[in-house]
Design a protein around this ligand. Structure first.
Ligand code: SF4
Ligand code: SF4
Length: 329
């Protein structure tokens, strides 16, 4: 089957390395009108546009641990005026940008032709996927029946700044070594207004070895499913994480607790009624997209791989993980 990339992708696929670095350093606007990055790097745009050779490849394990420390100490990662953290230590995984599974995402029964290949954004060699797990108090806040509890809501609103700082941290560490990076979430084509994404963070995470799908269609990682998935493209090659699973739902226990948690009956063993879920989250006050998540809390996969999953004890944590896997009781 011939896949047709989105029109804007054809333009960005032609980006040279020079464009990659310049856009990453300055948040420049492409010919497509798409802002590539919202934050500037620590290096000056002038030096970046020289497209000098990378100085030294950052060690990913060290980089991820440094990112985790940065998040832990970030005041933006705390509820105003308290010591309560929104996010715990992240987990990371790495995919080769030419992993054949990325092409599968364009198939109609996976995501669809609208999905971008990594190279549709920029000439990347590596895709880094990561998960910021919500802390115990944040998860606890959404375990009851209340719609959009305050702390759950604030974790999405205020916590977005902490997530942005993680992006900034990673961008800066790579750019210090003249290595281009790109966050699809910063590109206007990321939000295409449709139900099918141009870049599915969950599918990308699955490919990278970060976790598997589930009955609730959420991605279950070694740190559970309640949290934020993100990913960035990097212009240099790194070894990929070995996927510790083979099946699409290996980390799901098929306990169906999530089905009973959904307030609008959008979940069933066979899958999710996407329209019913979307209708609910887009009409719930005070802010649609962040209000529900009942299928993420008070479920055995909330903060780890549940007991009873096909694979509930990965042989080893992902080699570049900043934190060891946690198993739920
Ligand atoms: S609640 Fe149970 S069935 Fe639902 S996603 Fe989690 S482990 Fe799977
Ligand atoms: S986000 Fe809410 S409405 Fe959507 S599937 Fe989960 S529980 Fe149901």
């Amino acid at each position: 089957m011939k896949n047709s990339p989105p029109s804007g992708a054809k333009v960005s696929a032609l980006l040279s390395r020079r464009d990659f670095l310049r856009s990453a350093a300055t948040g420049a606007i492409l010919a497509t009108g798409a802002p590539l990055l919202l934050v500037s790097s620590g290096c000056s745009p002038g030096s970046a546009t020289r497209a000098a050779a990378p100085k030294k490849l950052p060690d990913l394990s060290e980089l991820f641990q440094a990112a985790a420390r940065s998040l832990e100490n970030d005041p933006a990662n705390r509820l105003s005026g308290t010591e309560l953290r929104f996010y715990d230590a992240p987990v990371f995984a790495v995919a080769a940008a030419d992993d054949p599974l990325f092409r599968k995402l364009k198939e109609k029964d996976v995501v669809g032709p609208v999905h971008f290949m990594p190279q549709d954004w920029v000439p990347a060699r590596t895709v880094i996927s990561y998960f910021l797990p919500f802390s115990e108090p944040v998860c606890k806040a959404n375990r009851g029946p209340e719609s959009a509890p305050e702390l759950w809501f604030q974790a999405h609103q205020q916590g977005a700044h902490a997530a942005g700082n993680v992006r900034k941290f990673l961008i800066e560490r790579f750019h210090e070594q003249n290595i281009g990076t790109f966050f699809p979430v910063h590109d206007k084509r990321y939000n295409n207004g449709g139900l099918l994404p141009t870049w599915s963070q969950r599918h990308v995470a699955y490919i990278a070895g970060l976790g598997t799908f589930s009955v609730s269609t959420n991605l279950i990682t070694a740190r559970g499913c309640a949290g934020l998935l993100d990913s960035l493209l990097v212009e240099v090659a790194y070894p990929a994480t070995k996927r510790p699973y083979a099946g699409l739902r290996d980390y799901c226990a098929h306990c169906l607790t999530c089905v009973g948690r959904c307030p609008v009956g959008a979940l069933a063993e066979k899958g999710k009624n996407v329209m019913a879920c979307a209708r609910h989250i887009f009409t719930t006050k005070p802010n649609a997209e962040t209000c529900c998540g009942k299928c993420l809390a008070a479920v055995p996969c909330e903060r780890g791989i549940p007991a009873g999953a096909k694979i509930n004890a990965p042989a080893a944590p992902a080699p570049v993980s900043a934190a060891p896997p946690v198993r739920s009781a």
